[in-house]
Design a protein around this ligand. Sequence first.
Ligand SMILES: Cc1cc2nc3c(=O)[nH]c(=O)nc-3n(C[C@H](O)[C@H](O)[C@H](O)COP(=O)(O)OP(=O)(O)OC[C@H]3O[C@@H](n4cnc5c(N)ncnc54)[C@H](O)[C@@H]3O)c2cc1C
Length: 250
Amino acid sequence: MIVKLTRTSQAHVVVWEMGRGPGGRAAVRRSRAQPSVCIPHGAPAFTVSSDRFAQLVDELADSGVVDKWADVQLGRALCAQNDISWEHVSAPGLVLYHGKPDFGRACSHLLEESKAECHFQSVVDKCSWQDGRWLLSVGDTVHEFDSLVVTSHSAAHSRWKQIFGRDPPLEAVANERPGDEHLTSLLAGLAKIESKPVYSLLLSYIDRDAAAWNKLPYDLVHVENHPILRKLVIVRDGAAPQRSGCPQHI
Ligand SMILES: Cc1cc2nc3c(=O)[nH]c(=O)nc-3n(C[C@H](O)[C@H](O)[C@H](O)COP(=O)(O)OP(=O)(O)OC[C@H]3O[C@@H](n4cnc5c(N)ncnc54)[C@H](O)[C@@H]3O)c2cc1C
């Protein structure tokens, strides 16, 4: 969206992102304690199902930041009371892609290309619409813009209040524009989005422990019949996707 804006107009685009870097949920996770550990948390693999996205993915592939994951090994773990059986899954026709070295790089690449002005670790606390301009409150400062693109449904969702204890940033706009049917129906649609919190456990192994995991001949594993686990993603050096920053970890 940002790249499209900057390609087709002279717009000066400013990005406010509360995370430490680009990528959102798809960003790679890094450990402050162990800088060499980087885990492709939110998008270890993805499929392409729309023509528009296919075009973007082709461009990203040409730039060397995404690739087809041709030799991906898919597995299924069937859990019984005291045993787990593992089996290969074949998925003819399934084409998976991955970020090179991770999806965060693809996001950084898009932002660099767009030349957008990026502010990380910056939370937009409140959005307001006054005299034809958008006012965004970030910390103690209010910034004015002609147009606003919101890329997160949580900015208008009750989950924001559950997590941060204050009103979602778009709440004020809704109160300011009670007669705006488009906005009202948009917010009503967003409010209906249900969420189901899950835990993501990010583990890094080295040496003998890494060797034990390495014996499992899978990259992505669907776990069945387990009370807690649903999915395993095993990231190893030398396999696609290559993680240049963490060679000794699995
Ligand atoms: C554990 C896990 C595994 C996943 N595995 C896969 C997978 O294998 N394949 C796949 O395709 N997808 C996967 N997903 C889903 C995928 O990561 C998400 O669908 C995708 O990242 C959503 O992108 P988005 O831009 O819509 O939202 P987000 O990534 O949530 O981006 C929204 C951004 O807005 C920022 N933001 C929100 N409000 C504010 C504010 N007020 N001020 C400043 N910044 C704000 C947030 O920090 C965030 O960076 C996974 C997700 C998780 C959590």
